[in-house]
Design a protein around this ligand. Sequence first.
Ligand SMILES: Nc1ncnc2c1ncn2[C@@H]1O[C@H](COP(=O)(O)OP(=O)(O)OP(=O)(O)O)[C@@H](O)[C@H]1O
Ligand SMILES: [Mg+2]
Length: 204
Amino acid sequence: MTPARFVTFEGIDGAGKSTHIDAVAQRLRQGGATVLCTREPGGTPLAETLRELVLHSTMDALTEALLVFAARRDHLQQVIVPALARGETVLCDRFTDATFAYQGGGRGFDAAVLAQLESWVHGDLQPDLTIWFDLPAVTAAERRAAARAPDRFEQQGVAFFDRVRGGYEARMKAAPQRIVRIDAALDREAVWQQIVSALESRQW
Ligand SMILES: Nc1ncnc2c1ncn2[C@@H]1O[C@H](COP(=O)(O)OP(=O)(O)OP(=O)(O)O)[C@@H](O)[C@H]1O
Ligand SMILES: [Mg+2]
């Protein structure tokens, strides 16, 4: 049996997370893992309701951070922690690094307060691996424009997403063993090969 693993997918809107998550699940299943795919904010009925509020209602940065962490608390309790306890692999499209990047980097909210919330909500639990899809804000905007109508975050300009990207970079520098940076500006196949290398280097 493969050990429990918690893998998160991070990056600005349009970076390519959703494009690759199913292929990662398939590859890990071929290796014998039982894989659960989920997302944040969301992953439970309550957390999906909070997601809708966060994506579509106007609010200040602290309210936004509290709602995101409330959703995370429910998601951890109902889904992530039980799955890991059963020895499963959990793939999560965004997690706490996104809160540091969006509410911290993007909105300029105090990272020390976010760190306190992080510690209350998930203590020592951190992902075993975080795949950070890094690409310039301009490229992400072009990809999104071709794909769909924007939500509250996606309506923000390139300067906002540059700050979000900076937030991710700061998180990576603080946890370089956990967070692997992928050059997401390359074509799909080249992005996939970088993901495979990250998994292979862990013998996954
Ligand atoms: N390497 C790539 N080259 C060009 N286009 C890509 C690449 N990867 C993904 N795309 C396209 O870019 C768009 C955004 O990709 P995707 O939805 O996977 O991003 P995301 O990171 O999940 O965004 P969000 O955070 O908003 O959910 C999609 O239309 C997708 O087909
Ligand atoms: Mg997505």
